[in-house]
Design a protein around this ligand. Structure first.
Ligand SMILES: NC(=O)c1ccc[n+]([C@@H]2O[C@H](COP(=O)([O-])OP(=O)(O)OC[C@H]3O[C@@H](n4cnc5c(N)ncnc54)[C@H](OP(=O)(O)O)[C@@H]3O)[C@@H](O)[C@H]2O)c1
Length: 340
């Protein structure tokens, strides 16, 4: 029996990711019966425009989730930790953008189109991977299917929008100050971000990697169901770019695979677009990827460091595939698969 259309709530609707979610709900024409816009007490009562109408933002309290079927959440880890169990207890499926539940055994960590079947295992909470992991999965999954990943090394060049509204404004203000020769007091980042790169995203772990780097490592393993013996290493760097995360990726495969075969596989892969013609200087950049859906891949070449190795460069809009787009796609899958 087909279910009634879901009542949905967007938690964190006033934030950078939340606003992108609202845009994509419209673009993807997601079906629903009713929609609520939730944020903290700070924004409660303010107005949000959606589909040409003004809506009032409601404070997210546990009771607000009564009767809600699907929550699209991007309100930070501590909010999710508090509210996800409350929403799930009331029968909702809570699709979470924060890192709070990603590595929990009972929480599927899913990229739509990569490991959809894992959605069936949900117990009320579904996690959306870290933005750097997300774009990588769409590229790696079809390659892993063909030649099996043996080792993976990733270096990221991450846009400031990955750190929220405050970080976006700081890049602007810092750049203006620098151009005018004025002093600037950085706040969102450990160092000034204008005309700089910062090799630290999130806090350091005991092993010397940052939490962001370990998220890429652990989440990749969980989503691709890779064995513990497959070594994965990541260096995550913040760069003065507004939108679009870039990643230099080296993959060693079990089986031989040529750059031509990689291009053929990725040309046929869902959600991926190959932009690779060095004779005409064609390769992806964040400016190209901003506000678009695909993960763009270029600079595909045989690695000279590993047998059966491939080097490539991939770029995607971190606010879309890295956060909002996958959240909306997951909600669409939950609706299609009647998992609410
Ligand atoms: N930016 C990215 O690329 C990216 C990618 C992947 C995942 N994420 C994750 O998505 C989440 C949001 O990121 P963002 O960049 O959109 O941040 P942001 O611009 O700072 O927005 C935060 C949102 O959360 C709401 N919020 C904060 N505390 C709350 C509370 N106690 N109760 C209810 N709502 C609360 C805020 O509402 P008010 O208006 O009331 O303050 C706002 O709507 C974070 O978990 C982040 O790690 C972000």
């Amino acid at each position: 029996m087909t279910k009634e259309l879901p009542n949905i709530a967007v938690l964190g609707a006033t934030g950078v990711v939340g606003r992108e979610i609202l845009k994509i709900l419209v673009e993807n024409n997601v079906p629903y019966k009713s929609i609520k816009f939730l944020a903290s007490a700070r924004s409660a009562g303010s107005k949000i425009e959606f589909k040409g109408e003004e809506h009032t933002v409601i404070e997210a309290t546990p009771e607000v989730f009564e009767g809600i079927n699907i929550v699209l959440a991007s309100a930070g880890g501590s909010t999710s930790l508090k509210l996800a169990p409350e929403a799930a207890k009331r029968g909702a499926v809570f699709i979470d953008n924060s890192s709070a539940f990603r590595m929990e055994k009972d929480v599927p960590l899913v990229i739509a189109g990569v490991n959809d079947d894992d959605l069936k295992l949900h117990k009320g909470i579904i996690a959306n991977p870290n933005c750097s992991t997300s774009q990588l999965m769409l590229v790696l999954k079809p390659l892993d299917n063909h030649a099996k990943i043996k080792r993976l090394i990733v270096s990221t060049y991450q846009a400031v929008s990955g750190a929220g509204l405050k970080a976006i404004n700081e890049l602007t203000e810092n750049t203006k100050a620098k151009m005018q020769g004025e002093e600037f007091k950085n706040d969102a980042f450990k160092y000034e971000i204008a005309f700089n790169v910062i090799p630290q995203i999130d806090v350091f772990c005991e092993n010397g990697y940052t939490k962001e780097e370990m998220k890429v490592t652990n989440e990749t393993r969980k989503i691709l169901h890779l064995d513990k013996s497959v070594p994965i290493s990541c260096t995550a760097v913040r760069v003065p770019v507004y939108k679009g995360h870039s990643e230099a990726v080296t993959i060693e495969f079990e089986k031989e695979i040529t750059p031509e075969k990689v291009k053929e596989i990725l040309n046929n892969a869902w959600g991926v677009e190959v932009m690779d013609d060095i004779s005409n200087f064609v390769y992806p950049t964040p400016r190209h990827a901003a506000d678009k859906d695909p993960v763009y891949v270029g600079r595909i070449r045989k690695s000279i460091a590993f047998d059966n190795g491939i080097d490539l460069f991939c770029v995607a809009d971190n606010l879309r595939i890295g956060a909002a787009l996958n959240t909306v796609r997951l909600a669409q899958k939950v609706i299609e698969m009647q998992l609410y």
